[in-house]
Design a protein around this ligand. Structure first.
Ligand SMILES: [Fe+2]
Ligand SMILES: [Fe+2]
Length: 312
């Protein structure tokens, strides 16, 4: 890898050193079981749930790119606190990728064409994104993290969605991921700003991340129900599901992407910072709900938790 271009960065809205919340690395063991898998997990839909299954596959590749990019650029980060948080980001993403891969292995047992999608995602990342320059990958990393932060905030605001299915492990997987994406949402952006800060470059990374989320993943997701059951194309009930799925994904009032478009596009602002979207109250609420030693939803699945480089 070649050396990234380093520019002086003066943080405008990033929290000052010492004020940043901790980002713990939590090891999980979900023991997914194909027999428990609800393939209409998201809003009791077939197609929108398939979008999240395709996302689960693409995410592992996106997370591996974030890990490699963060690991390479960590050496150039001057702020010691940010450097420590980069290590936490890498740790959280490594476990996300591992857990989603375990989930995807279970999807594969469920007759879903996971290996074909892994092959396609692998081609997109190996022949496309990983051939980009270091500075472009740095921007793409920040772009990916923006989309996961938008998605996490949406999910935190719509807790009920998780309880429309009995699939407890899928619920735990997505809620754990949601919590941690929100915990570390500033880090990749701050690294980008410290090492580059180039607005045009940031926009190009955003465009690539948007292309993946709005085109590549839906393309994959839209084919899943057809691969799984070609007769779906002839069933009127399936086309009803398509309409409902489009509403829960793209609808302007409550759709995952339709209702968050303002937040998504806020990234285009020159003085944007992820912390402009304050999720601290949600984080407090979900930490209690998910991690409480006795009643936490994640407690049965969490095997270890630690904070990298934490001062005594
Ligand atoms: Fe992640
Ligand atoms: Fe992330």
């Amino acid at each position: 890898m070649t050396t990234a271009t380093i520019h002086q960065y003066v943080p405008k809205t990033a929290p000052a050193t010492g004020e940043r919340p901790e980002v713990p690395i939590r090891h999980m063991d979900f023991q997914f079981d194909a027999r428990e898998l609800d393939d209409t997990f998201f809003r009791n839909t077939e197609l929108a749930s398939a979008y999240f299954e395709a996302l689960s596959i693409f995410l592992t590749y996106g997370e591996d790119l974030v890990i490699d990019t963060a690991r390479y650029h960590r050496q150039f980060v001057k702020d010691p606190e940010l450097k420590r948080l980069v290590t936490a980001l890498i740790g959280q993403e490594a476990i996300h990728s591992k857990m989603h891969n375990e989930f995807n292995d279970v999807l594969a047992k469920h007759r879903y064409p996971v290996n074909f999608y892994r092959f396609l995602a692998d081609r997109v990342f190996e022949l496309g994104f990983k051939k980009l320059s270091n500075r472009m990958q740095l921007s793409l990393m920040a772009g990916i993290e923006h989309f996961t932060a938008v998605l996490a905030e949406y999910m935190m605001k719509h807790e009920d969605i998780f309880y429309e299915s009995h699939d407890e492990k899928q619920r735990a997987l997505w809620m754990w991921h949601m919590l941690e994406e929100s915990e570390h949402k500033d880090i990749a952006y701050d690294v980008f700003q410290e090492l580059s800060g180039d607005y045009g470059l940031r926009m190009r990374g955003f465009a690539l991340a948007a292309f993946t989320i709005f085109f590549l993943v839906p393309l994959g997701g839209s084919l899943i129900p057809v691969f799984r059951k070609p007769s779906n194309l002839l069933r009127p009930s399936y086309w009803k599901d398509v309409r409902r799925s489009l509403a829960v994904l793209a609808g302007p009032r409550e759709g995952v992407f339709g209702s968050t478009i303002k937040h998504t596009l806020d990234y285009l602002r020159r003085d944007f910072h992820p912390s402009d979207h304050d999720t601290s109250a949600y984080l407090e609420y979900y930490k209690e709900k998910l991690l409480h030693p006795e009643t936490g939803l994640l407690t049965p699945y969490m095997t270890k938790e630690f904070i990298p480089g934490k001062r005594a």
